[in-house]
Design a protein around this ligand. Structure first.
Ligand code: NG1
Ligand code: ZN
Length: 578
């Protein structure tokens, strides 16, 4: 049974703000923090139901990532630690918006394909009077539709995390009330965390692993040190500077890294923007990637040094170096991180296959794939293909990339903005564990054995649940040391095509519908032909538009052989959209 009185009492404290419309987009709900209490309460309810249905622990993260400090947001982590299953997103939308009869009706239609009689009945109800009844009915119907058996089901558990935004505390309280109003579901407060830490904890807890922050750090640092232990002997790694400067975006990631940095052995990290300034303002991975300018507290004195930037909730990572005598940077973005990881992992797979590839009794042909979106720089895609890697394109949003990457034994995905990770299949990992044991008795410390150890270490270092700036950073650092590469050498893998990204405020962004991994507009008609005609005017021109999933805008991306052309192409397509 739903605890009706608790639910109704709590619901009355979180009315929906007038005129607000919420949509569970690329990364959950996001809005000005002052509008979000009712949403957090309802997402809390949804998380509790998901936990009961899956009989697993669910995560609820309160963050608006790289957006301004006055914004906030919420997203759910499913039992695997990945994003909430897409089939529940419409329920999240309807629940978050369910004070008006129209959205309730949509929900009911979704559930039962209802008849006109109910249509009339619902539409005559007056909003203010029926709020409680709607919420109750909504949940009741939803519970039936999703076959959530409440009776006899163990109580649910939801892990709650939040970033450093001041609004996080109040929103956390609203979410907790929503969670605990469903059948004694527990809300476990994990405190202030990076988004990937919470996803990691959900995954760990559901696998029976201790889901503490300390355990997260231990696993990361042990595998980082293991990778350093197996760096090839020689001079080249000695040429890699031991110093790294990190921009923490004045968010949660910088503070976490600050705690870790004394435990790193060879690497000396200078963490700046740890929370003393305004979150994401002139700092952070999004700013660095989009503006290509030095973040606050960086300047000409840092010229040439290896620098990295995290976003506000530390699930994005980009590298850069300051160009001499300027405030401009050379960006080493998610595409280059992906390329670095792909080269390293391909090399390890090659070594692992060993001299007798295919002839041993215990061989395994592991598949390796890389996943990108249309925002990946065209030069990166060309480069990856030249390296004979299998490249797949998906729509924007981690859930799409993650799902594709999971098709491979080793699937690497990255968005150009620095969100990505490496996934290992269970089948490959089980085989690798056995192979490693075999090699440690037959050919300990051979190239093949070291490759097995490195691959196992990467699978433990890199977050298997979601893109993670901290674990990504440690993997980059270990690989650069392994390769003996400076950031400059890494950046020379290929040269980015000049690009420009712009956004257009529109009345209704959902009017733009795309296909082919967002590279073609199918509606409104005629616009794609106009974009093609513009693009054809520029050598190496490429351009696409898509509705943002996190902001009320349509995004325009253009690429061309020089910066002026990329700018012109983007601007002319903006005019087409306006
Ligand atoms: P939208 O607003 O849907 O473009 C942005 C990023 C995504 C992803 C999400 C979640 C770009 C162009 N888009 O989504 O890649 O990171 O935010 O944070 O960077
Ligand atoms: Zn983020």
């Amino acid at each position: 049974q739903l605890q009706q009185s608790a639910l109704l009492n709590a619901a009355s404290r979180f009315p929906i703000p007038a005129g607000a419309k919420f949509s569970y987009g690329t990364s959950g709900f996001r809005a000005d923090a002052s509008l979000l209490e009712s949403t957090l309460f309802r997402v809390g309810i949804l998380a509790a139901l998901r936990s009961i249905q899956t009989r697993s622990v669910i995560g609820l993260m309160i963050t608006a990532s790289h957006n301004q400090v006055s914004d906030n947001g919420v997203k759910l982590a499913d039992p695997s630690g990945g994003m909430l299953t897409q089939s529940w997103e419409p329920f999240a939308d309807t629940l978050a918006n369910a004070s008006d009869p129209h959205s309730l009706l949509q929900f009911l239609e979704l559930c039962f394909c209802l008849t006109c009689s109910i249509h009339v009945e619902v539409s005559v109800l007056v909003e203010s009077e029926i709020f409680f009844c709607l919420l109750k009915q909504l949940l009741g119907d939803f519970i039936k539709k999703e076959n959530i058996i409440l009776e006899g089901a163990p109580a649910g558990e939801v892990l709650l995390g939040r970033d450093t935004r001041p609004s996080g505390e109040t929103l956390h309280e609203a979410a907790k009330q929503g969670i605990t109003s469903i059948m004694g579901t527990t809300a476990s407060d994990m405190g202030i965390l990076t988004t990937p830490q919470l996803h990691w904890m959900v995954r760990a807890k559901n696998k029976g692993i201790e889901a503490t922050e300390l355990n997260y750090y231990n696993q990361m640092l042990t595998s980082f040190r293991c990778l350093l232990d197996y760096i090839p002997q020689g001079d080249s790694s000695k040429n890699v500077s031991d110093k790294l400067i990190v921009d923490g975006a004045d968010g949660v990631g910088g503070a976490k890294l600050e705690n870790l940095k004394t435990l790193l052995g060879y690497l000396t990290i200078d963490v700046r923007n740890c929370g003393e300034g305004v979150l994401n303002e002139g700092v952070g991975a999004d700013y660095v990637q989009k503006e290509k300018m030095v973040p606050r507290n960086f300047g000409p004195a840092d010229a040439g040094m290896r620098c990295a930037s995290l976003d506000g909730d530390a699930d994005r990572l980009v590298y850069f170096y300051v160009i001499s005598n300027s405030n401009k940077i050379d960006l080493v973005d998610g595409d280059k991180i992906l390329s670095l990881f792909a080269l390293f992992l391909k090399e390890q797979l090659f070594l692992l296959n060993g001299p007798e590839d295919g002839k041993t009794n215990n061989s395994y042909k592991a598949s390796l794939g890389v996943v990108q979106t249309a925002y990946a720089n065209g030069a990166s895609t060309d480069y990856l293909k030249q390296m004979r890697l299998e490249v797949v394109m998906t729509p924007t949003g981690v859930k799409h990339l993650h799902e594709k990457a999971a098709d491979y034994d080793i699937g690497i995905y990255f968005e150009a903005n620095g969100h990505g990770t490496v996934l290992f299949s269970d089948a490959f990992l089980s085989w690798l564990e056995i192979k490693n044991q075999e090699l440690s008795s037959t050919s300990k410390d051979s190239d093949q054995h070291k490759a097995a150890l490195r691959l196992l270490a990467v699978s433990r270092l890199i977050n298997q649940a979601v893109g993670d700036a901290l674990s990504g950073l440690f993997l980059v650092e270990a690989i650069l040391k392994h390769m003996g590469w400076s950031i400059h050498k890494w950046n020379e893998l290929y040269q980015d095509l000049p690009s420009r990204q712009l956004k257009v405020k529109v009345v209704d962004r959902t009017a733009v519908i795309t296909a082919n991994a967002e590279t073609k507009v199918v509606s409104p008609t005629g616009i794609q032909e106009a974009i093609d005609a513009e693009t054809d005017k520029y050598p190496k021109g490429r351009c696409f538009i898509r509705p943002s999933g996190t902001e009320d805008v349509v995004r325009v991306y253009a690429e061309a052989s020089n910066q002026e052309s990329a700018d012109d192409l983007a601007k002319s397509v903006v005019r087409l959209v306006e």
